[in-house]
Write a protein of this length. Sequence first.
Length: 206
Amino acid sequence: MANQITHIVLAERISDQLFKKFTRHTFLVGTVFPDIRYLKVIERDKTHFKGLTLEDILNETSPFVAGMKYHSLVDEVREKYVIEKNIYQFFPASKFIKHALKTYEDEILYNKVSDWSEIVKYFDIIADGEIKLVEQSDKLKLWHSVIQEYFKESPTDNSRRGFVLGIGFSDEIASEINGLIDKMRQIPEVREIILDLYNNWDSLVQ
């Protein structure tokens, strides 16, 4: 599973080649929407799909639904890749190691996209597709607010903490995730695997 910045980055990575037919802002809002489930407003199986292919996304007519489906494809391809690279061998045992890794990926990949201020503005408006799936407007507004704050700058301990707290985890968990990420920064192989994922993404996802 990837985190929200990485979902945006990996969408933009192949956007020019494959996703130009989709309205960009709606597609990107759809790409991060599935993880609104952390706010306990919708079941995971309503927002995540198994066994999708890139062709399934390209055949979708709704930019929002295409973004949602791409989210699931990214999660599956990315998790398969890091497991094949045996990335978890480098880390201490922790129930939050996957959360830490995916938020560390956000830190590494943030600068691969240059127009975050524009992307932040995309979340000023709630998409029709979101309203169809989650009728609680207060939760949709909260989700957008948390996303916008997280997207404003390259991740720091403070911004990560704000995101983790914003989606309902405790301050203790946020501290553990930040501590694990501090250890990850000391392991060059982890950074290399993350950058290889990005650099080879177009071939991995097809």
